[in-house]
Design a protein around this ligand. Structure first.
Ligand code: NAD
Ligand code: UGA
Length: 474
């Protein structure tokens, strides 16, 4: 039984990781049945929707794969128990957000969803099951999962259950998830049992070069995931901190990025200055690293990484104050267009998007926002803008501005005083600035936080222009 091949996979969590990851596994392994379960029924209904434009996750290339494998060897359902029972391997791919209250609030991960999964697996699994951590977890979480799984076994002497625990963190980035899954830089598998490691390896080897499949012990694997995200985020905060210096000195952040990126020791990727990193993971994973470091008494390590998050917040505040200053220090009742609400291009995900905080700052000064995005739904914008405090001391809810959603860029720009490019969607690169200038009030300002707009064309149209990290436009 122990050595049997993996024939049935269950993945708990049908989110941005579970959905695309399992779709690719099902596509590459037609002989394996993959069952993705989630307690969120509307999410599962959306995954099963006949209209592939209604899938809950937007990722280039995902629709095509879903069309090939769904209802063949990839199934989405809410039936957790039944699918745990028949699974040879179970991926835990649930959310692990920051705790909002209690011990470690604001920094430590909330593991209640992971614990719930471990309890369900302990209760309902049959025979030998490989339990795989796919979620990003604090180092040594596998120990908790083991304790939950094995404590159940101790109580039930007639059981036929055995478990192997592996860590297999996911490194995909949203917007390029399918490419990242099909051609990963590496696949990381952490574990203690060679047999279980090899069984999981056999799955990835169907499409990933064996030399790219790295194996480590459990704790190195768990920690490497946090550290990889911390290093990536650190590069963004580093370049963003320099963008401010460029504005003061007449340097251009894109020229500086290019010049330093040519050094092969530095490398050119992840050096794009912007409005601050967003997404559900960078902030939470760094704060988790900070929490763990403090927990183990490593104050200097904690302070070092915390600075990455501090700079990220400062970048958003900085952009907001520049906008207010350019608009004569007053934005009350002015119409400001937010171009892009997702945290990066090619995703409909808005979690921790810089647009949320920047919009809140502007609303707190009484601006009227027209929010536009090609993929984000109005409902998600509403959910993310409601109830979020800006942290500004002068916040007076009575002076709050209003916002409305407008998918059509030109309708949004009508009678606007300013527009801010916050997401690098391709469609913003081809905006007709003469048309925009005719529609907007005078003086009308364009703020480009992603360096995707040709400032000369904007200026020729009669609009004012500011570009992040570009001393020429300061
Ligand atoms: P998500 O919120 O999109 O999806 C998680 C899903 O798990 C939700 O649909 C939720 O309903 C479901 N769930 C939670 N508990 C459950 C339970 N007990 N039974 C059934 N379903 C349950 O989250 P995500 O973005 O897919 O992230 C999942 C994990 O992967 C996180 O730990 C994250 O840090 C990590 N990760 C995310 C990304 C990314 O790009 N989003 C990339 C790499 C790693
Ligand atoms: C990131 C990592 O890139 C993935 O490897 C990891 O698996 C994932 O987090 C995770 O653990 O969730 P993701 O957040 O989806 O992926 O997207 P990124 O491309 O990393 O972008 C994150 C944020 O940084 C975005 O807001 C993006 O606009 C910003 N960014 C990125 C920059 O401002 N400049 C850059 O040069 C790169």
């Amino acid at each position: 039984m122990y050595r049997k091949q993996i024939k049935n996979i269950c993945c708990i969590g049908a989110g941005y990781v579970g959905g695309p990851t399992m779709a690719v596994i099902a596509d590459k392994c037609p002989d394996i049945n993959v069952f993705v379960v989630d307690k969120n029924k509307s999410r599962i209904d959306a995954w099963n929707s006949p209209d592939l434009d209604l899938l809950p996750v937007y990722e280039p290339g995902l629709k095509e794969i879903i069309k090939r494998v769904r209802f063949k060897n990839l199934f989405f359902s809410t039936e957790t128990i039944q699918n745990i029972k028949k699974a040879d391997a179970i991926f835990i791919s649930v959310n692990t957000p920051i705790k909002t209250s209690g011990l470690g609030a604001g920094q430590a991960s909330n593991l209640k969803w992971v614990e719930a999964c471990a309890k369900e697996i302990a209760e309902f699994s049959e025979g030998h099951t490989i339990v795989i951590e796919k979620s990003t977890l604090p180092v040594r979480t596998a120990e908790i999962i083991k304790k939950i799984l094995f404590s159940k076994l101790k109580k039930d002497i007639n059981h036929d259950k055995t478990f192997s625990i592996l860590s297999n963190p996911e490194f995909l980035a949203e917007g390029t998830a399918i490419k990242d899954l099909e051609f990963p830089d590496r696949v990381l598998i952490g574990g203690e049992e060679e047999n279980a490691i090899n069984q999981l390896k056999t799955i990835y080897e169907r499409w990933v070069e064996p030399s790219r499949i790295i194996t480590t012990n459990l704790w190195s694997s768990e920690l490497s995931k946090l550290v990889a995200n911390a290093f990536l985020a650190q590069r963004i905060s580093s370049i963003n901190s320099i963008s401010a210096l460029c504005e003061k000195t007449g340097a251009d952040i894109n020229e500086v990025s290019r010049a330093i990126g040519f050094d092969s020791r530095i490398g050119s990727k992840f050096l794009k200055a912007g409005p601050g990193f967003g997404g559900s993971c960078f902030k939470k994973d760094i704060l988790n690293l900070v929490y763990l470091s403090r927990y183990f008494g490593l104050k200097e390590t904690a302070n070092f990484w915390e600075q990455v998050v501090i700079i990220n917040k400062w970048q958003k505040e900085r952009i907001y104050s520049i906008i207010v200053n350019k608009l004569f220090g007053n934005i009350t009742d002015k119409k400001i267009v937010i171009l892009g609400f997702s945290f990066k291009a090619n995703t409909n995900d808005v979690r921790e998007s810089p647009a949320i905080e920047i919009s809140q700052y502007l609303l707190s000064e009484g601006a009227n926002l027209s929010i536009s995005d090609p993929k984000v739904d109005e409902e998600n914008i509403k959910l993310s803008l409601n109830g979020i405090k800006t942290g500004l001391s002068n916040q007076d809810l009575n002076e709050y501005g209003n916002w409305h959603f407008e998918r059509d860029i030109y309708k949004a720009l009508k009678n606007a005083d300013a527009a801010i490019v916050l997401t690098e969607w391709d469609t913003y690169k081809t905006i007709n600035w003469n048309k925009a200038s005719d529609l907007m009030n005078s003086p009308g300002w364009i703020f480009d936080t992603r360096s995707i707009i040709d400032g000369n064309v904007v200026k020729d149209s009669g609009l004012e222009f500011w570009s992040l990290g570009n001393g020429d436009y300061d």
